[in-house]
Design a protein around this ligand. Structure first.
Ligand code: C2E
Ligand code: MG
Ligand code: MG
Ligand code: MG
Length: 286
């Protein structure tokens, strides 16, 4: 960190800063090579419709198979990819891969792809999405683009314009991680949203805390009034699954229902048809 040493001193490089800078430069170089060599892969996590208990789609989650470091999760490279804007190229790869995979899947499930605010603000995301849809022949109604609330803070309105153009292509726009950070109810009418994903921090203690349950119910009710679906994220227990259903969420996603996994294994997700029955059988009747 640069040390403030009073007036007239602007920046002091400390040895550890030098070290971190070196690390960052190395990682950035690796990231550029990863794009060129397509070292990324996608894991797919199932999303279930609660009323029908049917699988309704998958979320595509990027991983980086680093030649020396092994598998790197998105939390460890997306921030640098955003700072360097390399996310624009990585995001285009993710989108193309996900749409190509989606057309191979039986049962026409939806496919959800995360979009970084940087892609919306700087990338030519609308053109990329249009091109990938044309190229793969995927029905636009099957593509869900997940954005976060940070994307909606963009001041020059490029992002909102991009979202409206994306919406006009027939894809669905989803607000991810709702309820974290600088959440605002007004965001729900700012963008043309089809669905809201309720952050897993509310789901985590929904069975222990009444206020969490109330917040989830209120978001689900408001979203419903506005004609939007709601996905409860991070479902890890049967109790949470039942609680989010009672709270009025329309869809659920989480380790209980299925972990992110390679496309072929994800394609055979059968939580409600198999695992729920066994889970219920194992529980004493209540
Ligand atoms: P997200 O979009 O909110 O994705 C859900 C994250 O929660 C995933 O982490 C998933 O593995 C994890 N998760 C799902 N169910 C559970 C659960 O029951 N319990 C717990 N504890 N966690 C659960 P992952 O794959 O590490 O991704 C983290 C974040 O990285 C994503 O959050 C998303 O914001 C970002 N990300 C992932 N792939 C992409 C991508 O292709 N592009 C962009 N821009 N961001 C991505
Ligand atoms: Mg997401
Ligand atoms: Mg999320
Ligand atoms: Mg998240």
């Amino acid at each position: 960190q640069s040390k403030s040493m009073g007036r007239g001193t602007f920046c002091i490089f400390t040895p550890e800063m030098d070290e971190r800078l070196r690390e960052r430069i190395a990682l950035e170089a690796d990231l550029r090579r990863a794009i060129a060599e397509e070292q990324f892969e996608l894991a797919y996590q199932p999303i279930y419709h609660l009323a029908s208990q049917q699988l309704c789609g998958f979320e595509a989650l990027v991983r980086w198979q680093h030649p020396e470091r092994g598998l790197v999760g998105p939390g460890d490279f997306i921030p640098l990819a955003e700072e360097t804007r390399l996310i624009v190229e990585i995001g285009a790869w993710v989108l193309r891969r996900a749409c190509r995979d989606a057309v191979q899947l039986p049962g026409s499930p939806r496919i959800a792809v995360n979009l970084s605010p940087v892609q919306l603000a700087y990338g030519d995301t609308v053109a990329t999405v249009e091109e990938v849809l044309r190229e793969t022949g995927l029905d636009p109604a099957r593509l869900e683009l997940e954005i976060t609330e940070t994307a909606l803070f963009d001041e020059d309105n490029r992002t909102l314009a991009a979202l409206r153009s994306l919406k006009a292509l027939g894809v669905r726009i989803v607000l991810d991680d709702f309820g974290t950070g600088y959440s605002s109810l007004s965001h729900l009418r700012l963008a043309p949203l089809d669905k809201v994903k309720i952050d897993r921090s509310f789901v985590r203690d929904i069975t222990a805390r009444r206020d969490s349950a109330s917040i989830v119910s209120a978001i689900a009710a408001l979203a419903g009034e506005l004609g939007m679906a709601t996905t409860a994220e991070g479902i890890e227990t049967l109790e949470q699954l039942e609680a989010v259903g009672r709270a009025g969420c329309t869809e659920a996603q989480g380790y209980l229902l299925g972990k992110p996994q390679p496309i072929l294994r994800a394609a055979s997700s059968t939580f409600f048809s198999k695992r729920l029955k066994t889970a219920r059988a194992r529980q004493p009747s209540s």
